[in-house]
Write a protein that binds this ligand. Sequence first.
Ligand SMILES: *[C@@H]1O[C@H](CO)[C@@H](O)[C@H](O)[C@H]1NC(C)=O
Ligand SMILES: *[C@@H]1O[C@H](CO)[C@@H](O)[C@H](O)[C@H]1NC(C)=O
Length: 347
Amino acid sequence: MSLLTLLLAALACGAPLASAAPLTLDADAPATANWAGTCFPALDFQKPLVMPSDNRNWWCDPSTEYAFVGFSYEVTACQSREQLNKEFSDIRHNFHSRYVRLYGACDNDGFYDDIVDAAWNNDLGVHALVWFGFNGDDVWMTRRDTLFASLHANPLAKFVTRGVQFGSEPLFDNVLPHAQLAQQVLLAKQNLSSLNIPVTVSELAYGYQERGGAQDVLDAVDFINIHMLPFFSQEASTANASWPLVMDDLQWFIDHGEGKKMYLDENGWPSVTSSGVQPNSPDAVADIKNERDYFMLLDKHCEDFKPVVGGGVGWFAHIYSDYMEPGYGIYDVDGEKKIWFNPRTHC
Ligand SMILES: *[C@@H]1O[C@H](CO)[C@@H](O)[C@H](O)[C@H]1NC(C)=O
Ligand SMILES: *[C@@H]1O[C@H](CO)[C@@H](O)[C@H](O)[C@H]1NC(C)=O
């Protein structure tokens, strides 16, 4: 089909996502009912000549988003627009990412517009974040309002923002009683409904479990962003031995998540310990080999993630670089790659 035909088909097509035909990442597959036979942010995505009027038929089917989907990316450094574009380009083109999941916060005016610019330039979707931080203050409310205002004001934002997360670990950190957190999720969904942007919470299984399951929060979220950090388990030893720990937490979300789409968004194994990164097991090993082994383990289990309820489990690597969080980076602070990292994006 020619591009023009595809665009005409796109203009005629106003079907909501739920009724779209299943999509595939295979570039040679026949075009589907989707707006141009490709979808955002598939690895074969082609920018349209004319943007659709809304994002209802824009996103890839969630069932194509299992295996490796991208990086957790901390923005506390308030990266310049140039640096964001450079690193997002690396993330997309050298690692075949489809998403970045934001972590931390930059409170500079217009910063989320820079994220949108870099994401759009590099065909990356964004899991945006309302960051609570660790000070127990109310600054998260301003961050929420600023982000929502930007999502409404920037016409490109709804085409790159795959979801808004509340995080990180608001239940584990007890920043809000779970009923209030659930209420925040519902209010956010209401605010963003005209933009068709879903809302989630970025949280550990243990964060829910220690709040009595917080089923009201799981009921409220549109999809589930899971923190998978088996290094901190009381049973942790090596990354290679951590699959049962991953499965334990994942099974909890399968049992309580009502079949919603799941991502492992804060997901990794540290190469060093630090004041904030201390194991709860005397046998837990933090080194570069185990950091690499953990991602290789997830990659090896691609076929196990693919059939999980909700359209399979997609995983992010936490985190892009050690300049963001010591020990978790794929890159060290000098920008040298610490580990070989080339996980599968489908299987
Ligand atoms: C969404 O939130 C922003 C920031 O608080 C506010 O300015 C805007 O009026 C809200 N829009 C809707 C539709 O609720
Ligand atoms: C972990 O397993 C992989 C193969 O599955 C192996 O290559 C690697 O050396 C193992 N790591 C350790 C620390 O033994």
